[in-house]
Design a protein around this ligand. Structure first.
Ligand SMILES: [Zn+2]
Ligand SMILES: [Zn+2]
Length: 289
């Protein structure tokens, strides 16, 4: 563990005292559907009640960012906008009422927020929070229906997916921020914001895999590979990866794929491959006398 590496983030961070002030920083701004993102100076207002301002250190790109950038769904268009929802960073300041986070904490943003109090947050069968659940139509903060980003002329720049991480600083509802261990490598933790959690969660929570399970994963992108990781963690004994890219087998092996099927190499449709047939255990019971 290179502790010095992480300390260097914090020491450079300590020098600035920006609490309560508007911060001017760089952000990649989407000005219209499909238009190139423009790196420019934006103003980021201080966090309000139950909000957190985060210095983003790493951010990654997910396909959801691309669809929003292209404006594929007209109803979801809101420009100018700061996209991005997978990231890691350090808390710069917190708004009134935030007690579970403080300046300097290492965090990741989550677009699927958790207020902890609504009927959905209290139900263990769902995490679709009624206040801060993912909502692609939402482009402003819950507190006041306004944005925390603006151009240098004071015009609003809209938020995206509760997060807006393509900016050096962003403001989020505290319900959309999760603290992580100081020892966790920030440069890769951004993947926990979306792809890895989605894949691991599919195996762990949705499929609720049991030890010894056989699993087939169609598509070994970031999410599919994370499904393999989740399946391995739950003790699956056979994890079959299905992908038309042969290079994905080596990547998959590293996260637990035990067998690989490339549909292009088959003479039959993939669903007819015997390894993928569900094993049906027939149990008969006689109810007749
Ligand atoms: Zn994503
Ligand atoms: Zn909730």
């Amino acid at each position: 563990m290179d502790v010095g590496y992480h300390k260097s983030f914090e020491s450079s961070f300590e020098s600035a005292d920006t609490t309560g002030k508007v911060i001017t920083c760089k952000a990649a701004v989407a000005w219209g559907p499909g238009q190139p993102l423009v790196m420019e100076d934006v103003q980021v207002a201080p966090p309000q009640q139950m909000e957190v301002r985060v210095k983003i250190l790493f951010t990654s790109i997910c396909h959801t960012d691309l669809s929003a950038w292209k404006g594929e769904n007209e109803a979801q268009r809101a420009y100018p906008r700061i996209l991005g929802h997978e990231a890691s960073g350090i808390v710069e300041s917190v708004g009134e009422g935030v007690e579970d986070m403080k300046k300097g904490d290492h965090v990741i943003p989550i677009f699927q927020g958790q207020c902890g109090n609504c009927i959905c947050c209290r139900n263990e069968k769902t995490n679709l929070c009624q206040r801060f659940g993912v909502n692609p139509l939402k482009s402003v903060m819950v507190n006041d229906g306004k944005t925390r980003f603006s151009t240098k002329d004071g015009n609003p720049i809209f938020h995206f997916l509760n997060t807006s991480t393509f900016s050096e600083y962003t403001v989020l509802d505290s319900a959309c921020v999760v603290k992580i261990d100081f020892e966790a490598p920030l440069e890769t933790m951004s993947l926990l914001s979306c792809g890895v959690s989605t894949g691991v969660g599919a195996a762990w929570n949705v499929a609720n895999l049991q030890p010894g399970s056989t699993v087939a994963i169609f598509g070994l992108g970031a999410v599919g590979l994370a499904v393999a990781e989740g399946a391995r963690a739950r003790g699956a004994s056979k994890i079959i990866g299905v992908d038309i890219n042969p290079n994905k087998f080596a990547k998959g092996k590293a996260v637990g794929i035990t067998e690989f099927i490339n549909p292009k190499d088959l003479g039959v449709p993939v669903h007819e491959v015997s390894e993928l047939q569900p094993k049906i255990e027939l149990r008969t019971s006689c109810t007749q006398n």
